[in-house]
Design a protein around this ligand. Structure first.
Ligand code: PMP
Length: 374
């Protein structure tokens, strides 16, 4: 059994930064060589066992390696493999279930990642409106592609400006993306007053999870709906994290605000690579593999039987078992215990989050600031 350090060194020779992209983005975890997962735990090549609070960036709500999901995935692999043409019953079933479980989704297309889903949502919005501009919010992450790969981290000094976190993005893309402060309805109204007729879409993580699960003001989401409707722009809820994480119908069910398009991923398949874009039928019908279609759409692995089977098995468990109540209770407990611990030890930190998500912010040398979760 090769030691973690040696394997990580081999990885550094052939993978930029060493090991996989997920581990690379979490400081201090680059030498973790994972050899097995089970429920809330994982094991590493050096023989250690960890409790996984990171949770693979969020998908395995049922725990790692859920036996029912694993069985369904393997069975589909053994019987169907992957054709790429034609259709499987599982794909249709999954589309039917997503339209039933999220009423704003009248039609749905499967992708392999959340990034593809947000990319295509923006693309079809531009195709539908013939407009260029996209509004996004500070702190919201929508995956890696030119259109929105910027401004993940909230930077108050950059309010209204651009704070690209990645080089290599075309200036035209930066210029076509208006970045506003999250929860700031006034900024939204001002932006629509000035640019409304050029805005193709507003894309928003209803709860920005990548900066600590900040809850939206109800009035903020309502304003987004009102302004986009008035201006004829498309409202996209990026529910790649929130979808099925806190509730079956996603954040749109919790908030009662109905978007035109929704993107999904992560928790819908407990870790198998499947994303989805769904919404109003008239918009979704613009996607087609017909040459010359307003939004040509295809992908070699979309609707792959094994990941579809993983999604169907996951959705069945999320519907039939009290998973959401359970993880919500666990999240509350972690936040309460951590807050108490920091207070007792005098650690200048705050704990934010919602449901099963929590984030600790440490402020060396400062008194704990009030939590930004509202
Ligand atoms: N949108 C949101 C809200 C996300 O959190 C993520 C991933 N963290 C994405 C999109 C991109 O999804 P993926 O990593 O599957 O491409």
């Amino acid at each position: 059994n090769e030691s973690g350090a040696r394997l990580a060194e081999r990885a550094r020779q052939v993978v930029p930064g060493g090991v996989n992209s997920g581990q690379r983005s979490v400081p201090g975890l680059t030498d973790l060589v994972v050899t097995g997962t089970d429920g809330a735990r994982f094991r590493t090549a050096d023989g250690r066992e960890y409790t996984d609070f990171h949770s693979a960036f969020g998908p395995p709500l049922l725990g790692h390696n859920d036996p029912d999901v694993a069985r369904a995935t393997a069975e589909a692999g053994a019987t169907l493999g992957h054709m790429g043409v034609g259709v499987t019953e599982g794909e249709v079933l999954l589309a039917e279930q997503l339209t039933e479980l999220i009423p704003s989704i009248e039609k749905v297309l499967l992708t392999s990642t959340g990034s593809e889903a947000t990319f295509h949502a923006l693309r079809v919005s531009r195709a539908a409106t013939g407009r260029r501009l996209v509004v996004k919010f500070q702190g919201c992450y929508h995956g890696w592609h030119d259109a929105v790969s910027l401004n993940v981290i909230s930077a108050p000094e950059k309010v209204g400006g651009h704070d690209p976190i990645s080089t290599g993005i075309l200036p035209e893309v930066l210029e076509a993306t208006l970045v506003l402060p999250f929860n700031d309805s006034e900024a939204v109204r001002r932006t629509f007053a000035e640019h409304g007729s050029d805005i193709a879409a507003v894309i928003v993580e209803p709860v920005p999870h990548n900066v600590g699960a900040l809850l939206p003001y109800q009035e903020f989401l309502t304003t987004l709906r009102e302004e986009t409707t008035k201006a004829g722009s498309i409202l996209i809820f990026d529910e790649v994290i929130t979808g099925f994480r806190h509730d079956i119908g996603g954040w749109q069910k919790i908030s009662g605000v109905t978007p035109d398009l929704t993107t999904l991923g992560k928790a819908i398949a407990n870790g198998a690579p499947v994303g989805a874009i769904g919404g109003r039928a008239d918009l979704m019908d613009l996607f087609s593999t017909r040459p010359g279609a307003p939004a040509f759409f295809a992908g070699t692995y979309n609707g792959h039987p094994s990941v579809v089977a993983a999604a169907l098995a996951t959705l069945r468990k999320l519907r039939e078992e009290p998973v959401h109540e359970h993880v919500f209770r666990l999240g509350e407990r972690v936040r309460t215990e951590l807050t108490g611990l920091y207070e007792r030890l005098g650690v200048p930190a705050v704990v934010t989050g919602y449901g099963s998500v929590f984030v600790s912010y440490f402020m060396p040398g400062e008194a704990p600031a009030p939590t930004r979760t509202c």
